[in-house]
Design a binder for this molecule. Structure first.
Ligand SMILES: [Zn+2]
Ligand SMILES: [Zn+2]
Length: 289
């Protein structure tokens, strides 16, 4: 935000820069209804920030090749450029607003990705101030986009997955869409078999331990359906061993154990589906083969 406290606020007409309604408030650029909407969106973003965190967890990667013993988590590869973009927009505007108002920045210190929820909540409280600033249109537009993008990333469930470094003399990290058959390196244009990469990543991840949400998101992104509640259920029924607890107090599981159970569950579901279809059609069709 360019304005300083006390900057005279100028508007030519009391027209909302977001919805174009005549709000009759000479000192404001955006109307209260649009401000309320943005505030709600930011609060919602704060609520789903934890889900988004899963997709940005690849930030903890060491940058070395997958499977290196020092690599904290080869499967934290359910990564998403989109989630990064959300964090960037939110933190950038938070810093701008803090500067404009002379407040301590909620993003002070390291770029705290885990703090997205806090920053979004802080920003929600600033919306009424923001709607009176000269760059309200830009702020509302970008923040609205970021909030929608976050919802899409979380809704999509499987974000773009990290497909490992390109290799062969090229250090570029590769990311692929969930259903992609090939991954093309944006730097050297080399083409890689996406299926083979997925298998390699699932294999490389076997002995890693991680918390349920991260494992679920990561292996789902690699094409194996799995949810956090499924993992909790397996642990509860004694099918999945707990391997430790991390600093945040989250229970850790071995990725390979979860993959085996998820594959087992997927097989069973497919069998049930086949039986279901066969049962439904039995009265009409004779079974093939
Ligand atoms: Zn409006
Ligand atoms: Zn390359």
């Amino acid at each position: 935000m360019a304005a300083r406290p006390g900057t005279p606020e100028q508007t030519t007409a009391p027209i909302c820069v977001v919805c174009n309604s005549n709000h009759g408030e000479a000192a404001a650029r955006a109307c209260t209804r649009c401000a309320d909407e943005l505030r709600d969106q930011l609060i919602h973003l704060a609520r789903i920030a934890g889900e988004l965190e899963v997709t940005v967890a690849r930030q903890s990667r060491t940058g070395r090749g997958c499977g290196d013993s020092g690599d904290p988590l080869p499967v934290n590869l359910a990564a998403s450029y989109d989630a990064d973009a959300v964090v960037n927009v939110i933190t950038t505007w938070a810093r701008e607003v803090a500067r404009g108002r002379g407040l301590p920045s909620p993003t002070a210190g390291e770029p705290e990705r885990g703090a997205l929820a806090d920053v979004a909540r802080w920003l929600a409280d600033q919306v009424d101030w923001m709607r009176r600033q000269p760059d309200a249109a830009e702020a509302f537009d970008e923040l609205d986009d970021a909030c929608h993008l976050a919802v899409r990333v979380v809704d999509r469930g499987t974000a773009r997955w990290y497909a490992g470094p390109c290799g062969a003399g090229c250090e570029q990290d590769l990311y692929a869409q969930p259903g992609a058959l090939t991954v093309v390196c944006p730097k050297c244009r080399a083409s890689h078999d996406a299926i083979a990469r997925k298998q390699w990543l699932l294999g490389a991840a076997q002995d890693t331990v991680a918390w349920a949400g991260l494992i679920a998101a990561a292996i789902a992104a690699l094409g194996l359906p799995c949810t956090r509640s499924q993992i909790a259920g397996w642990a509860h029924r004694g099918r999945l061993a707990v391997r430790g607890v991390d600093q945040a107090g989250r229970v850790l599981y071995r990725v390979g154990d979860v993959i085996a159970l998820a594959q087992d569950s997927q097989r069973k579901q497919e069998q049930e589906r086949e039986r279901g279809i066969a049962g439904k059609h039995r009265s009409h069709f004779s079974r093939r083969g």
